[in-house]
Design a protein around this ligand. Sequence first.
Ligand code: NDP
Length: 335
Amino acid sequence: SSSSLPSTAKAVQISKTGGVDVLEYNDVPVPPAPGPGQLLVRNRFAGVNFIDTYFRVGLYPAPVLPLTLGREAAGEVVAAAPDASPSFPPGTRVVYLADPDAGAYAEYTAVSAAKAVAVPDGLGLDKAAAVLLQGLTAWTFIREAANVQPGQWALVHAAAGGVGLFLVQMLRVAGAKVIGTASSEEKRELARKNGAGWVLDSRNDDIVARVKEITEGHGVDVIFDGVGKATFDAGLAMIAMKGHFISFGNASGAVPPVNILQLGQKNVKLMRPVLYGYVAERKDLEKYTSELFDLVTSGKLNVVIHDVYPLKDAARAHTDIESRKTSGKLLIKCD
Ligand code: NDP
């Protein structure tokens, strides 16, 4: 019950932007009760996402300072506001997308109830936190942004990364022919094992030439590009006529402004989607989350956990994800 709550708890915060040394392991007040519409959650596992590094370095502006980092976690509901909708009884196992100003690298987080879903029995809190944000990103981008059709050629950059490894598996479910890129042989093997028919070496291969060969001149019908600056121009060169170019991240830096006249040559549909727009309505969050959990519990989606870091070692998780050495999901254990 909330009467047994501690008055302070640990959280990883930034009060200025910069390198991993700006991450602070702080004692912060635990809200005595959730705010309007909110749940107070005792986090068990928080997901690490590349976006956390964008807030840390300042590529994306912090909505408040100090800011607790972390966009998702899974844990148990400690208390629910009387007007929380849906209302989750205390003890419910939930996984959630954090509110912008109250992140999940913490022992306790207050979150809008509308951004939380119950974790099905039989799904561990570690897996739930490992799959939510990156899995919803991959699934909604395949279904809504690109509307991938069976038989299409799809290219996934950073195919052994968090989002990438979900994309290759889900694209197989959608019936696409999948070409991945990755920077090490170990990563390429992982992408192959998880459904990529072809995996290219992003450091040494001529990606455009190899894609032309593999697709026999057709090009790729859809590109999922979370790498950004380093891969954008190659994307336009290897996309098929009428292709969908889904540019969704900045791992190598943000894509500079684009001359839209370039798109006319192949009638390219270029998009820069953000997950939150596809799950802004409760019905969409519930629909896509339930489809995602079904993929996991039916065994169609393999959830690869790279490593689990103690909360106080969040800086090491950031160093690792930024160094291109990780594959699959990085988790933080919140106690
Ligand atoms: P990943 O686990 O995929 O890590 C990033 C990967 O990017 C690396 O492993 C690396 O793979 C590749 N990469 C290529 N160039 C660089 C570079 N210069 N520095 C670092 N990494 C590089 O991270 P996530 O799965 O969390 O995110 C993947 C991308 O998706 C990110 O850009 C993220 O911002 C974006 N994203 C966007 C969302 C949206 O709503 N728009 C939602 C979620 C994620 P390799 O070494 O094999 O090239």
